[in-house]
Design a protein around this ligand. Structure first.
Ligand SMILES: NC(=O)c1ccc[n+]([C@@H]2O[C@H](COP(=O)([O-])OP(=O)(O)OC[C@H]3O[C@@H](n4cnc5c(N)ncnc54)[C@H](OP(=O)(O)O)[C@@H]3O)[C@@H](O)[C@H]2O)c1
Length: 345
């Protein structure tokens, strides 16, 4: 009998679950034991294709019966807390929830309360953090390879709910100093705030300046206002980038290229995003197994860190509406989505 960690996926009707399943081939300690999705036909097809022994149309039943160590959650962002609560109640060891974690201040408060009361180990599926190239660049910067960080620039051409949170997390991956204030110079467009089946609700365009406790700053852009890092690639989902400038050098990462400058040394190259991403997904799950084995090996994408990034996102929205800088200490404005829908139209 296998003694690998028993893993499951909730929500296999959409496209994302394929990436989750593919990564198990690169996980020495994990196996895909069970899947759940409400649509019976999709459930059967997915379980057959990926050879998953246990399949359910009800995730709570799966949690009760399968003694799971790790659950990957794909539900829309307004269906997160209820899955976390069911996992917590039914003995699941850990959960990795897809991005975006949630959407507005009320969610942030409810999830903060959950984090305070629950012992469930939770991380957010910002797997880019664990892509091999990103890990190498993050390590170089965190070890002082470009000197003290002065400035970051992070962007994605999809909106905050689709890809903005990936690059917000990337800022944190390179910059450990906590954010203290944010000033939003652009918050425009309500098309992405209209309710849709995916519930990925966010303004169409956002640009903000983040100030960190150590005095450094980051320029953050997400939406169609963000730059295309490869003008020949018109696919909107293919333009995420982060650049970090320090006192003695700089690094840049995009979905296809990387570059480092240290003094007069300059290195650069390309990478295959899909290959990087599958390894990122596998490494991220392996990091959760480390946390399951050792309470002190806290996952880099843990819920507390994600709630801090989520709070920063809310402050960005609030600054865009108020027209003045916002600190992260002020409680989030109620019903921000409705407020933005009416003000940004
Ligand atoms: N990290 C990344 O790089 C990355 C890349 C792509 C997507 N994503 C994220 O992954 C997530 C899923 O994306 P997708 O493209 O697969 O989305 P999708 O097509 O919208 O799928 C949503 C999934 O949730 C299930 N679902 C919907 N409502 C539910 C409910 N009330 N209760 C239980 N299950 C429910 C659906 O299956 P049933 O209807 O059969 O239950 C489906 O499997 C999104 O949050 C997306 O942003 C992340």
């Amino acid at each position: 009998m296998s003694n690998r960690y028993r893993c499951a996926i909730v929500g296999v009707s959409g496209g994302r679950a394929r990436g989750h399943a593919e990564a198990f081939a690169h996980m020495p300690r994990g196996e895909l034991t069970a899947v759940s999705t409400r649509t019976a036909e999709n459930l059967r097809r997915f379980a057959d294709q990926w050879d998953v022994p246990h399949a359910y149309t009800d995730y709570t039943e799966m949690f009760r019966e399968q003694d799971l160590d790790l659950v990957l959650v794909n539900t829309p962002p307004d269906v997160r807390l209820e899955v976390l609560e069911a996992a917590d109640l039914n003995g699941v060891g850990s959960v990795i929830v897809e991005k975006p974690l949630a959407l507005q201040g009320e969610d942030w408060q409810a999830l903060t309360q959950f984090a305070e009361q629950s012992r469930l180990k939770v991380a957010i599926n910002h797997q880019l953090h664990y892509q091999p190239r990103r890990l190498a660049l993050q390590k170089l910067v965190r070890r002082g390879g470009i000197g003290t960080i002065r400035r970051l620039d992070a962007s994605a051409r999809m909106n905050m709910a689709y890809q903005g949170t990936h690059v917000l997390q990337a800022v944190h991956a390179f910059q450990p100093s906590p954010p203290v204030a944010v000033s939003t110079s652009l918050l425009r467009g309500a098309t992405g705030l209209e309710p849709n089946p995916r519930m990925h609700l966010a303004p169409d365009e956002c640009e903000a300046e983040i100030r960190f406790a150590d005095g450094s700053t980051a320029r953050f852009r997400c939406g169609t206002n963000a730059p295309a890092d490869n003008p020949e690639d018109t696919r909107i989902s293919h333009h995420k980038q982060v650049a970090v400038t320090g006192e003695t050098g700089s690094v840049q990462w995009t979905m296809t290229r990387w570059e480092t400058r240290q003094g007069d040394r300059h290195h650069h190259g390309t990478h295959d995003y899909h290959e990087e991403d599958i390894m990122g997904q596998a490494n991220m799950c392996e990091a959760m197994f480390d946390w399951l084995e050792d309470d002190t090996a806290v996952h880099a994408l843990n819920l507390d860190a994600a709630l801090r990034d989520f709070r920063l996102m809310l402050a960005m929205y609030m600054s865009g509406l108020s027209g003045r800088p916002e600190s992260l200490e002020v409680p989030p404005m109620p019903d921000l989505l409705t407020e933005m829908r009416s003000r940004l139209t």
